[in-house]
Structures are given as structure tokens and as C-alpha cells.
Design a binder for this molecule. Structure first.
Ligand code: HCA
Ligand code: CU
Length: 452
């Protein structure tokens, strides 16, 4: 699965920059996630989420600023006292007054941020780049003097002047910042822009590079991936991606992307089986449903519907799955109750139900299920009950109706569809017979060719 399992000396140069096989996660559900419209986390919920994330294996847990409110400060202290394996960070503005409060909470590190784009400089804090640089250096030296990790990040990096950005990152790198952060605050960046900026920055600073991507234009996972390819070391995530507006890179989605890249790294580092539980916990806390199209845990993430897909999946799941659901404790599901179903899917269901039928019988019952699905949407129960009754009828004298709860109109339509299907089937077998007669013996021909 990993296209670069070993680094060859002839690998293109950018592969040496890539950190896709050694990235770290800064989990921000309890900071960025608290900025989600529906989020209100009481202390107990925060502790539950922090413990679950720690158990999952994230490297860092980022918490709301202790300066946001008195309760935020107390919660930050409480989480620091839990003795988690993950390092605890808090996130504050780049000012000495915030930094002083942050270092007293018991955190392992402080993430500071200040807006550097002209939009934010003019319309938010009103400070120029020289002021920002001096403030950053003072804060960094102070936090370091307390023996804590310090990260400096520029809000709205992708709409900031590149020269301004590189100059401030280079200055903070020189005074020993542990990480610099790039933030796509408005979700405007494309993967290629991300790659270019991170790669340029990688050549300017020697410290770690953290990245933070909003999802306004649907690129948050792709951007995180490209950032790692370009040499970023850390990715910010939140559970289900919750955050300001429509949020940031989701933890689960990132896992999906990364497991395809380097299964061993992801599987050995994170307890992937816990993902669904964590997502359900957070979804419940913020009163949302996990979206249907969520990677890994969306209700249909491993559901196969069309007959052609189902047949191939039943033969070999890799045909239509890039991720093995079992890696996440999930299961695959072959959808058999629809008009798109095929006899292979029904055969597998017949076996699951512990019934015995010949292939011809399975084909016949498949035709009936498809006929009914043409009349009305059918549920799994309907399909199962058709299969069971059909099976019963095979072994008994009197013919029971396949579905007892049909209206007269449905029954009529069903019978018509059944007749049509049988007609199609007869036409098909006639065509097959004609084809057979005209057929060149392909297998023979191929064999001769291979031998000679
Ligand atoms: C925000 C701040 C932030 C900070 C990111 C960072 C952003 O606007 O709420 O600290 O790197 O998106 O810029 O979340
Ligand atoms: Cu953000």
C-alpha cells in the first residue's frame, strides 16, 4: 500500500522532506472544537474527551485559553492534573499577559498565535509586523524560561505577505521556538499552495512545523496531507472536524488518508478501533449526527450496493475498498435489498441466513427481489422475508405469498414486473444460446497462443 516502503537513494528529493510516515497530531477538539457553533463542554465532558483522545494515542491535546473564562482556566488545570500520556497545550494570544496566565496552569506547552494578514492587522488587532516580531520574541523567551514548549503561529498565513511571514518565522526560529505554525484560518488554501508554502518554510526554519487547516473549501484533509509531504511535522485535528464555521481537518478523515499512505505507522501508533466511540461521544456532546459521508464511520462508508460491486467485493474486498474496515473495528456490508442487487449478493445473504439453495434458485429469488424493488423501496427485512418464504415454498406444497403486507396495487405491479423479468431472462438465455453456437473457442485459442 505504501508507495515508498523504503527510501531508495534514487528517490526524488522531495521524498526526503516528507513526514507522511512520522507525523504528530495536535488534537484541538477541546480548543478549536469549542469554537464550533453547537459546542458547550462542561468539565466532566472535557475530561471524558481528553481521556478518550489520550487513549486513542494523539500526541498533544490543545485546550482553550485559560484567559477565555475562569472556568476555562480551572478546566485547563484539571486536565493537566490527569497525568495523561499526551502533552497538554493551551492556546493563547501572543501577549505577555496571556502567556503569564498560561504558564501557571500546569500545561506542557503553550501555542501562541497572532494574525499576520493585512486583513487581520488592519481590522482585528491593528499591530504592524515589527510590533508582532518583538511581542513574539518576548513571549517565546518567557515561556521557554519556564521550561515549557512554545509554538508561534500566524493566523491567516495564506493571505499574509510571504516576505513578512518568512521573516517572522525565521526570527522566532533563531530564538529557539519549538514549532512554528501555519494556519489556513479561512480555508482558502489549495493543496498546491500548501505544498509550496510549507516547502519554502522548511528551507527557512529548523524547528518543527505545525499546520492548521479550515475546511471552508473542502480541502482540509488534502491540505494536511500535502503539508506533511512538504515537510510539516504536526497536524491540528478535531473530532469530526468540529470548529469555527464548518471546522478543520477531522481526526478520523486524517486517519483514513494516512492509513492508505502508511498502514504500519498508523496502526501501531493509534488505537483505531476507538475512533467510532470517540466520534459518537463528541457527536452526542455537541448534539449532531456523524455525517453519512464521514470517512470510516459514516453509516455507508463500507456499504456496497451495485450488483457488480457486490460480486467483486465478495470475491476480494480490495476490488472496491482502499481501507480495510476491520482495521477500525468496522464491518463491511453488502447491500442486497435494492433493484441494483445481483445474485452474488443474494447468494451471500442466503448463506448468512443459513439457508440452502442452488444457484438457479438464488437467481430466481434475486429476480423477485429486484422486481419488488422496482415497485417500492424495500427494507432488509422485506428482502429477507422474500428469501425465507421463497425457500419455504421450495419445500412445501402450498405457495405462500412472498410478501404478505403488499397492497393490491403493489401486488399487481409486482406480478407485472415479475413477468417482465422472466421475459428478459428467457430472451437473455436465448441470446446466450445463439452466442454460444457462434462462439470461437476462446480458451482454446488463447492456450495455443501462449504455448507457441
Ligand atoms: C482562530 C485561530 C486559529 C488558530 C490556529 C493556530 C486559526 O481563528 O480561531 O493557532 O495555528 O484558525 O487561525 O484557530
Ligand atoms: Cu482555526
Amino acid at each position: 500500500m505504501n508507495p515508498h516502503p523504503t527510501q531508495s537513494p534514487y528517490a526524488p528529493i522531495q521524498d526526503y522532506l516528507s513526514n507522511v510516515s512520522r507525523f504528530k497530531i495536535i488534537e484541538s477538539t477541546l480548543r478549536e472544537g469549542e469554537q464550533f457553533a453547537n459546542a458547550f463542554f462542561d468539565t466532566e465532558t472535557k475530561i471524558k474527551i481528553a481521556r478518550a483522545l489520550d487513549d486513542f494515542g494523539v500526541d498533544y491535546i490543545e485546550l482553550t485559553s485559560p484567559c477565555a473564562s475562569e472556568q476555562s482556566r480551572l478546566d485547563c488545570e484539571a486536565i493537566c492534573k490527569l497525568g495523561l500520556k499526551a502533552k497538554i497545550l493551551t492556546h493563547v494570544r501572543c501577549t505577555m499577559s496571556d502567556a503569564r496566565v498560561a504558564v501557571e496552569t500546569g500545561v506542557d506547552g503553550v501555542d501562541v498565535v497572532i494574525g499576520t494578514s493585512s486583513y487581520l492587522r488592519e481590522h482585528s488587532h491593528g499591530k504592524d509586523m515589527t510590533y508582532i516580531k518583538n511581542a513574539a520574541i518576548e513571549v517565546i523567551e518567557f515561556v521557554k524560561s519556564k521550561g515549557l514548549e512554545i509554538r508561534f503561529s500566524s493566523e491567516d498565513s495564506f493571505r499574509s505577505d510571504l516576505v513578512d511571514l518568512l521573516s517572522i518565522y525565521s526570527a522566532v526560529d533563531k530564538v529557539g521556538v519549538n514549532r512554528v505554525g501555519i494556519a489556513d484560518t479561512v480555508g482558502c488554501a489549495s493543496p498546491r499552495q500548501v505544498y509550496d508554502l510549507v516547502r519554502t518554510l522548511r528551507g527557512v526554519v529548523s524547528c518543527d512545523i505545525e499546520t492548521h487547516f479550515h475546511d471552508d473549501t473542502g480541502c482540509s484533509i488534502a491540505n494536511a496531507f500535502c503539508a506533511l509531504e512538504a515537510g510539516a511535522t504536526h497536524v491540528d485535528t478535531s473530532v469530526i472536524g468540529i470548529g469555527e464555521r464548518n471546522g478543520i481537518t477531522p481526526l478520523g478523515g486524517l486517519m483514513a488518508r494516512m492509513i492508505v499512505q502508511d498502514r504500519d505507522y498508523v496502526i501501531n501508533k493509534y488505537k483505531l478501533h476507538k475512533l467510532k466511540e470517540i466520534e459518537d461521544m463528541v457527536a452526542e456532546a455537541v448534539e449532531i449526527n456523524v455525517p453519512f459521508n464521514n470517512p470510516i464511520t459514516g453509516f455507508c462508508a463500507f456499504t456496497h450496493k451495485a450488483g457488480i460491486h457486490a460480486k467483486a467485493i465478495l470475491n476480494n474486498p480490495s476490488t472496491y475498498e482502499i481501507i480495510n474496515p476491520a482495521d477500525f473495528g468496522m464491518s463491511r456490508y453488502v447491500h442486497f435489498a435494492s433493484r441494483l442487487t445481483g445474485w452474488n449478493a443474494i447468494k451471500s445473504r442466503v448463506e448468512q441466513l443459513g439457508l440452502e439453495m442452488t444457484d438457479d434458485q438464488v437467481k430466481l429469488v434475486t429476480a423477485k427481489i429486484k422486481a419488488l424493488a422496482d415497485v417500492r423501496p424495500i427494507a432488509i427485512d422485506d428482502a429477507d422475508s422474500i428469501i425465507r418464504t421463497f425457500h419455504l415454498n421450495l419445500h412445501s406444497k402450498d405457495e405462500k405469498p412472498l410478501l404478505p403486507n403488499m397492497t393490491a396495487a403493489e401486488k399487481k405491479l409486482f406480478e407485472k414486473k415479475e413477468r417482465e423479468l422472466i421475459g428478459v431472462k428467457e430472451k437473455r438465455s436465448l441470446e446466450e444460446a445463439v452466442d454460444k453456437e457462434a462462439e470461437v473457442p476462446i480458451s482454446k485459442k488463447t492456450r495455443t497462443e501462449t504455448v507457441s
